[in-house]
Design a protein around this ligand. Structure first.
Ligand code: ATP
Length: 356
């Protein structure tokens, strides 16, 4: 059992709580992302797992053993940081071999393992090249190969892709994910990019002000966010202040009624309620059929179109509030600013969440 668990882990810097009372269990063989805005405590939590930071209170267990105060170099975890920290005066092969050398692995075994790893990251032809002569993506792969060289039970990645341009970054996300799945290595990755977390993670831990706001599978969090903070952070969403009418519906600003699906969850919230509807769930129509009695049909006017070819986003002003709807030019031809439209909000896609 290599399971990682944390109990009431807290890290204070002076009076401020960088990480506040975190309980978490990381399943074996999975990729877990710590996701949240800048300063929410992601890196501090990862550094405590790595052993580079000591918790003010709480404990961390790994494989059934308390590792809270075990030094980083005795935890046997692999790490890749934003800066990569490759040795510039060494070749690709020397960098990858470094942790094996430290462990005094036999020379022939080192050679075999390095060849295997270079094959894995698809850079066998670059073994003797200085790392300074590699592209950003190639360096990234070398850093990962070095981190997994001594077969760590846990791989820790702190924003490892943030220095790459958007296209390469997306390619590397897929590459790292496939590699992680092939090796079955338990991995924790810090990111502030929700798209990156959605692409790569088995599980996302959304953090807010040092605490865990929600833990779950990416699509579960996207579809069922527990709070306005999470709904707003994960994906695009229309979030509108509403009042529950006690009879399966809510009223929008301006008084319009929106019917919810039967049995819809109504969270308890002292701070009020919000209606969440994702842009792709809104159906935009230029003319409704005469006999078409769709529920939750709102009249509005298109004020802005963001057409990027494959998809189209329309901003619709509905007297008192604004909606963003995602569609395609094929689905809704002829959309243009100034056009009167109907926005239909299917009841099953209308979620109530607690206000922040
Ligand atoms: P980012 O995405 O910007 O890296 P983060 O979510 O990783 O942010 P942390 O770096 O963990 O956040 O920082 C959490 C909080 O703790 C921040 O308010 C930060 O200023 C504070 N903090 C972190 N390290 C220290 C330190 N060594 N001394 C004092 N305060 C610190």
């Amino acid at each position: 059992m290599t399971h990682l668990t944390m109990h009431a882990v807290t890290r204070r810097f002076g009076a401020a709580h960088a990480v506040d009372n975190v309980d978490l269990s990381v399943p074996d063989g999975k990729l877990v992302c710590f996701l949240g805005p800048s300063g929410c405590g992601k890196t501090t939590l990862l550094r405590m797992i790595a052993g580079l930071e000591t918790p003010s209170s709480g404990s961390i267990q790994f494989a059934g053993r308390d590792i809270t105060r075990v030094p980083a170099n005795q935890r046997g975890f692999g790490m890749v940081f934003q800066s990569l920290a490759l040795f510039p005066h060494m070749t690709v092969a020397q960098n990858v071999a470094y942790p094996l050398k430290l462990r005094k692995t036999a020379k022939d075994q080192q050679t075999r393992r390095v060849a295997e790893l270079l094959e894995l990251i698809q850079l066998p032809h670059m073994a003797d090249r200085p790392v300074t002569q590699l592209s950003g993506g190639q360096r990234q792969r070398v850093a990962i190969a070095r981190a997994i060289a001594s077969q760590p039970k846990l791989l820790l990645l702190d924003e490892p892709l943030s220095a790459l341009d958007a296209k390469l970054r997306e390619a590397m996300q897929v590459e790292i994910r496939l590699l992680q799945q092939r090796l079955g290595i338990t991995t924790i990755m810090v990111t502030h990019d929700q798209r990156e977390a959605m692409t790569m993670a088995d599980e996302i831990v959304v953090m807010e002000k040092g605490r865990i706001a929600q833990v779950g599978k990416p699509l579960d969090i996207y579809r069922e966010p527990v709070s306005e903070f999470v709904a707003d952070f994960i994906g695009l969403g229309n979030i509108l202040p509403v009042t529950y009418d006690g009879a399966g519906g809510v009223s929008l600003p301006g008084g319009l009624r929106i019917a919810l699906a039967p049995g819809a969850r109504v969270p308890k919230s002292g701070a009020g309620l919000r209606l969440l509807i994702r842009p792709e769930d809104i159906c935009v129509k230029t003319t409704p059929a005469a006999d078409d009695a769709a529920p939750n049909r709102l009249a509005g006017t298109v004020t802005f179109i963001r057409d990027v070819g494959a998809s189209l986003e329309a901003t619709i002003d509905c007297a008192g509030f604004t909606l963003t709807a995602a569609t395609t030019p094929r689905e809704t031809p002829g959309l243009a600013p100034g056009l009167p439209v109907y926005a239909e909000l299917p009841p099953h896609a209308c979620k109530l969440i607690a206000a922040h």
